[in-house]
Design a protein around this ligand. Structure first.
Ligand code: NAD
Length: 297
């Protein structure tokens, strides 16, 4: 039972539902005189988490009126075969967005495959052209997780302007693009990006007005590392053993939720926080891809 003094939850369920409702309404209008947006997903191998993610994306898409197909390739598919498929999808005018589910098997160079996706269909926003546009301040597709975090903040009336924002994690899909978004003149935060070689991480996190944890380390940021009244965004998704549950594990974030919640101003839960926003923003990017394709046709 939350205490009255606990931080308000940033409820990913409600906020992502609002995004999905908007995308659905926009697609309903769009399809008055266009075909529905079409997303093609590529899944290589049998990684259970990846399969579940792709199934989730197919379901989300269907709910808002996006059509999908999934190319499920064997784990031993060669890099050249995969690249051939990506090129075919790039050339197919009936496809608006392409998503290659990561991670790829070890024998495939992820970067080469990401670079092969047409930047105009790259709804994940991982292509260097799209990352470059984001860094320059003129984004086309914003990677869905940082996009979802910014959407969460704006829909919750949290203005990052002037805040000391500290991001823990420097990946290309979360930390770096989020740093760029928070630095934009539309956000105006002062940004610090911490990583595994940061000296005295706690000294940085303790002065964060906005703390974003994206390291992939279960509950490693406790109340002692968080400033009183901070806004805390937990991106991490970590499995911890829970023998008493049906699955044998439960999901936790990078934030030690129970100890941090009473100290924070706002906080995202895991699950039920950023992950849901990520899923919703992919839908928005796919609609954008359909619009861009129609404009350039
Ligand atoms: P990654 O492994 O690519 O990057 C992790 C980053 O954290 C690295 O930059 C590393 O330097 C840093 N790091 C690791 N341990 C650290 C420590 N002890 N102190 C400081 N920095 C540390 O991971 P990623 O793909 O960015 O994902 C990060 C986490 O977010 C994972 O748990 C992942 O499952 C989760 N994730 C969630 C979503 C979502 O939608 N909620 C989306 C993407 C990733």
């Amino acid at each position: 039972m939350p205490d009255a003094s606990d931080a308000d939850l940033l409820d990913g369920q409600a906020l992502s539902q609002a995004v999905r409702d908007e995308v659905k309404a926009d697609i309903a209008t769009w399809t008055d005189d266009h075909r529905p947006p079409f997303l093609s997903a590529v899944l290589v191998g049998d990684n259970a988490a990846s399969k579940a993610y792709v199934r989730g994306k197919e379901k989300d898409a269907a709910e808002v009126g996006i059509e999908t197909e999934t190319h499920h390739l064997d784990a031993d598919t060669s890099q050249d075969e995969l690249l051939d498929l990506v090129h075919d999808l790039n050339d197919d005018a009936s496809i608006d967005g392409i998503l290659v589910q990561l991670p790829l098997p070890d024998h495939v160079d992820e970067r080469t495959v990401i670079d092969a996706v047409s930047p105009s269909k790259d709804v994940d926003g991982f292509h260097p052209e799209n990352l470059g546009r984001l860094m320059r301040g003129t984004p086309r597709y914003i990677p869905a997780t940082p996009y979802g975090i910014m959407e969460m903040l704006s829909r919750s009336d949290i203005d990052p302007e002037g805040m000391d924002a500290v991001i823990v994690g420097r990946s290309n899909i979360v930390g770096k693009p989020l740093a760029n978004l928070l630095l934009r003149r539309t956000a105006n935060a002062t940004v610090t990006v911490c990583h595994s070689r940061t000296k005295d991480l706690a000294a940085h996190t303790r002065r964060a007005d906005l703390l974003v944890a994206a390291a992939g380390q279960a509950a490693f940021i406790d109340a002692d590392m968080v400033k009183e009244h901070a806004v805390v965004i937990d991106v991490g998704i970590n499995r911890v053993d829970a023998p008493s549950t049906d699955r044998g594990y439960r999901l936790v974030g990078d934030i030690d939720f129970e100890t941090v919640r009473p100290k924070a101003h706002r906080i995202t839960p895991v699950p039920g926080g950023v992950g849901l926003m990520t899923r919703a923003m992919l839908l928005r990017n796919t609609l954008k891809a359909a619009r861009l394709r129609a404009e350039s046709a």
